[in-house]
Design a protein around this ligand. Structure first.
Ligand code: C5P
Length: 221
C-alpha cells in the first residue's frame, strides 16, 4: 500500500515572535520545513509528499524543496483547511496517509516508521504519544485550581498521525469545527485511534526556546 504524507506548513508562527512564517524560520542554516521534509524523505516507507505552504510563499517553498520531489499547494486560514488542501492533491494510489506538522522538524525516522507499521497491521488511525511528566491541574476562569487530573491516563500527542485515507477524508468531510489535530476529527467520527511511542525529538517548535532546544539536538547529531 502506498503511503503519502501531507505536511501542513502554512501557519504564521505568531508564538515564535515577529518574522517569516514558522515553517520558513531558520534552524541551523535551513528552514524548519526543509529539515522536516528531509526527515520524511529518509523514511523508506514514504511515497508522495504534499506540502501546504503559506499562500504568499508558494514559489519560495517550491524552490526550497526542489531537491525533494514534493508537491506544493497553498494552505488555508486554519490548520484543518491546509490539511484538506494537501489531502486533495495526493495521488489516487495513496491508500495510507500521514499528516505531519512542519513544526515537528526533527521527528526521528523510527517514529514515522512505527506509525506506518501500525497502519499496515490494520489500524484505521494511529498517533505517536508520550507520557506526561508534570502534574496536571484543571483550573477555573480565575486561575483557581478545580482539581488534579491523574497523569497516568494522559498522553501528549505528536505527529505524524497516520490514517487509512478513506477514514481521514470522511472525517474531514464531516469536520465538526476546527480541531488542533486530525485524530480529533477521526475520534469525533467514532473511529478508534491507536497509539505508538513518540519521541522527545518530535517536539513541536513553537517558541524561541524551542528553537534553542532544536539547535542543541542538531548539534549533538
Ligand atoms: O499552530 P500550530 O502550531 O498548531 O500549527 C501546527 C502546524 O500546522 C504547523 O506546521 C503550521 O505551519 C500548520 N498550519 C497550517 N495552516 C494554518 C495553521 C497552521 O498549515 N492555517
Amino acid at each position: 500500500m502506498t503511503v503519502g504524507v501531507v505536511v501542513p506548513a502554512a501557519g504564521a508562527g505568531i508564538r515564535l515572535g515577529p518574522g517569516s512564517p514558522k515553517a520558513l524560520r531558520v534552524l541551523a542554516g535551513e528552514p524548519l520545513l526543509v529539515h522536516a521534509v528531509r526527515r520524511l524523505r529518509a523514511c523508506p516507507s514514504i511515497g508522495p509528499v504534499v506540502v501546504a505552504a503559506p499562500p504568499a510563499a508558494v514559489a519560495e517553498v517550491v524552490a526550497l524543496l526542489a531537491a525533494y520531489a514534493v508537491t506544493v499547494v497553498p494552505g488555508g486560514a486554519e490548520r484543518q483547511d491546509s490539511v484538506a488542501a494537501a489531502l486533495a492533491a495526493l495521488p489516487a494510489e495513496v491508500e495510507l496517509v500521514l499528516v505531519h506538522d512542519a513544526a515537528r522538524a526533527l521527528v526521528p525516522v523510527e517514529v514515522v516508521e512505527a506509525v506506518v507499521s501500525a497502519l499496515r497491521d490494520g489500524a484505521d488511525a494511529v498517533v505517536p504519544v508520550l507520557p506526561v511528566a508534570d502534574t496536571v491541574k484543571q483550573v477555573g476562569v480565575g486561575g483557581e485550581v478545580l482539581g488534579t487530573v491523574p497523569r497516568e491516563d494522559l498522553r501528549l500527542v505528536q505527529t505524524p498521525q497516520g490514517f487509512r485515507r478513506e477514514v481521514l477524508e470522511a472525517a474531514h468531510r464531516a469536520a465538526p469545527g476546527s480541531l488542533t489535530d486530525d485524530a480529533g476529527l477521526v475520534e469525533a467520527a467514532g473511529v478508534t485511534v491507536h497509539t505508538v511511542l513518540g519521541s522527545a525529538e518530535a517536539f513541536k517548535v513553537t517558541t524561541p526556546f524551542d528553537l534553542l532546544v532544536a539547535e542543541a539536538v542538531l548539534a549533538r547529531g
